[in-house]
Design a protein around this ligand. Structure first.
Ligand code: LLP
Length: 438
C-alpha cells in the first residue's frame, strides 16, 4: 500500500513498501532488479469492470506474458493478436484457434483469437491459415491474399473513419495521418473485392487512438453505424476497438464506463433493428486491463548533483520502459527505502529530483515531458540501494523493452494471493548472444 497522503509532506504518499501485500524489498531480493511485477487481483478487477460487453478482447500487445494471457482467459476475456508471435502466445496460454459453433445465448459466436493488422507478413499468413484464425483486415490487399489461401472465410474489416485522436501523434490511429484501416470512402470498393474473392464480411471494427478521452472515442460509434449500414445484413459483430484511458497523473480519474457502454449498446440495438438479427458487441482494451496492475521495481545506483539539479540514476532505462522517452509519458513513482529504520519510520522529507537510467543517451530520463525536456518530481529523499518503483507500468512496459546497450530483458513476476511467482526469468548475457555467430 502507498502511505496515505500527509498535508505536511506530500512525499509521504510516495513511499511504497508492498505490492498487492508482498514486500517490495523481498521481491527485489528474490528476483533482482529491474523487475516487472503484476498484481493479478487488479487485472481481474479490470476484466470484471467490462462485464457488460458481450466480448472483451484483450489487445495483448499491451502485456503479452502468457501468464497474464492465461489469467484474462480464465476471466472470459478473448484475445487479439497482431503477429504470428502473438498468435503463438495466445495458443500457448490456452486459447483455442477454432470459433465455437453455437452460443448459449442467441448471439453469434465469438472468435477466440482475432488477427488484426494492416498487412500479412508471410509468416503471419501461414499461421493464420494453419490454425484457421479469424482476420480483421486493415487493407484491401489482405482480402485477396486471404481468399487465395482460405476461400470462403469470414472476415472483419477495420475501417479508418477519417478522423482520429490520441495524446500523441504516434498513438493516433485514425485520419489521413494514420496508415491504419481501410479508408472509409474505400469501403464500397473493399466490399466488392471481398465479394469477388468469395469472403463474407461479418465483422466491423474501428480503433482511432489510444489513451484518448471518452468523448472522442464515442464519436466512433456514429461513424461505425454509417459504415455498418453500407455493409448490411452479413454483419454479425461490431467492435469499438481499444483506447480506454487509465489515470496516470495525480488527479486523473477513471472514465465513465457505464456511459460508454450505453452509447455503444444503443448503436448496436439500432443496427439489430435494421438487420433483424442480433449483433455481438466487442471492446478491445489493452492498457485498461493491465496498466495499473504493473510496477517496475528498480534500484537506485547513484544520486548525483548536476549544477542545481539532483538526479537519481536507477538500473532501468528506456531499454526497460520506453514510454517516457517515446511519448513524454508520465508514470507515477514511489520510493521503498532499503534501510529498515527508514523503511519502518515516517517517510523521509521530499526533494525535487530527475530520474534517469544507465543508458549512454541523455534522453534516458523517466521524468521528461514530450519533446525530451528533463523535468523533476518531488520524491522522498533517497540513497543508493533504495528501490524506486515506477507505477502504472503494466501496459506497453515489458513488451516494448529492448536489448539496447546489450542489457538483458528484465524478469516478470505475477503476484496472486499474497505470493509472487516468477512468470518470465531474467535474460542472461548468454541469451543475448545466443543465435549470433562470429
Ligand atoms: N486495438 C488496436 C487495433 C490497437 O492498435 C490498439 C493499440 C489497441 C486495440 C489497444 O489500445 P489501448 O486500449 O491499449 O489504448 N505504445 C503506446 C500505445 C500504442 C497502442 C497501439 N495500439 C503507449 O505506450 O501508450
Amino acid at each position: 500500500m502507498v502511505n496515505s497522503p500527509s498535508a505536511a509532506d506530500p512525499a509521504a504518499a510516495l513511499v511504497r513498501r508492498t505490492i498487492a501485500g508482498v514486500s517490495v524489498a523481498e521481491l527485489a531480493q528474490a528476483h533482482g532488479t529491474p523487475l516487472y511485477v503484476y498484481d493479478a487481483a487488479t487485472i481481474r478487477r479490470r476484466c470484471r469492470d467490462l462485464a457488460r460487453w458481450d466480448t472483451v478482447r484483450f489487445a495483448q500487445k499491451a502485456c503479452s506474458n502468457i501468464a497474464v494471457l492465461d489469467l484474462v482467459r480464465r476471466e472470459g476475456v478473448l484475445v487479439d493478436a497482431v503477429s504470428a508471435g502473438e498468435i503463438h502466445r495466445a495458443l500457448a496460454a490456452g486459447y483455442p484457434a477454432a470459433t465455437p459453433r453455437g452460443t448459449a445465448d442467441d448471439l453469434p459466436p465469438a472468435h477466440p483469437i482475432v488477427y488484426t493488422a494492416d498487412i500479412f507478413d508471410r509468416e503471419s499468413l501461414e499461421v493464420v491459415v494453419r490454425h484457421g484464425i479469424h482476420v480483421n483486415c486493415g487493407s484491401s490487399d489482405m482480402l485477396e491474399q486471404l481468399s487465395a489461401r482460405m476461400p470462403g472465410a469470414e472476415v472483419t474489416l477495420r475501417v479508418n473513419p477519417g478522423f482520429g485522436h490520441g495524446p500523441s501523434q504516434k498513438t493516433n490511429t485514425g485520419g489521413e495521418g494514420s496508415k491504419h484501416g481501410i479508408w472509409h470512402a474505400d469501403v464500397p470498393d473493399a466490399l466488392r473485392r471481398a465479394e469477388w474473392s468469395g469472403l463474407a464480411v461479418t465483422g466491423l471494427h474501428m480503433h482511432i487512438g489510444s489513451g484518448t478521452d471518452l468523448a472522442h472515442l464515442a464519436e466512433v460509434a456514429g461513424a461505425l453505424e454509417r459504415v455498418a449500414e453500407e455493409i448490411g445484413r452479413s454483419l454479425t459483430t461490431i467492435s469499438a476497438g481499444g483506447g480506454l484511458p487509465v489515470p496516470y497523473r495525480p488527479g486523473e480519474v477513471h472514465a465513465d464506463l457505464g456511459g460508454y457502454f450505453d452509447l455503444w449498446d444503443a448503436t448496436r440495438r439500432r443496427l439489430e433493428a435494421r438487420f433483424g438479427h442480433r449483433l455481438r458487441l466487442e471492446l478491445e482494451p489493452g492498457r485498461y486491463l493491465t496498466a495499473e496492475a504493473g510496477f517496475l521495481v528498480t534500484e537506485i545506483r547513484a544520486v548525483k548533483r548536476q549544477g542545481s539539479r539532483t538526479y537519481l540514476l536507477v538500473d532501468a532505462g528506456f531499454n526497460t520502459l520506453a514510454r517516457p522517452v517515446m511519448y513524454g509519458a508520465y508514470h507515477p513513482m514511489s520510493l521503498c527505502p532499503c534501510d529498515p529504520l527508514v523503511a519502518e519510520g515516517p517517510a523521509p522529507r521530499s526533494t525535487e529530483v530527475a530520474v534517469g537510467g544507465p543508458l549512454c543517451e541523455s534522453g534516458d530520463i523517466f521524468t521528461q515531458t514530450d519533446g525530451g525536456f528533463v523535468a523533476t518530481r518531488p520524491l522522498p529523499e533517497a540513497a543508493v540501494g533504495d528501490l524506486l518503483v515506477i507505477e502504472v507500468a503494466g501496459a506497453y512496459g515489458f513488451v516494448m523493452a529492448s536489448n539496447y546497450n546489450s542489457k538483458p530483458l528484465p524478469a516478470e513476476v505475477l503476484v496472486d494471493g499474497g505470493y509472487g511467482r516468477l512468470v518470465r526469468r531474467r535474460q542472461s548475457v548468454g541469451d543475448l548472444v545466443s543465435g549470433e555467430t562470429v
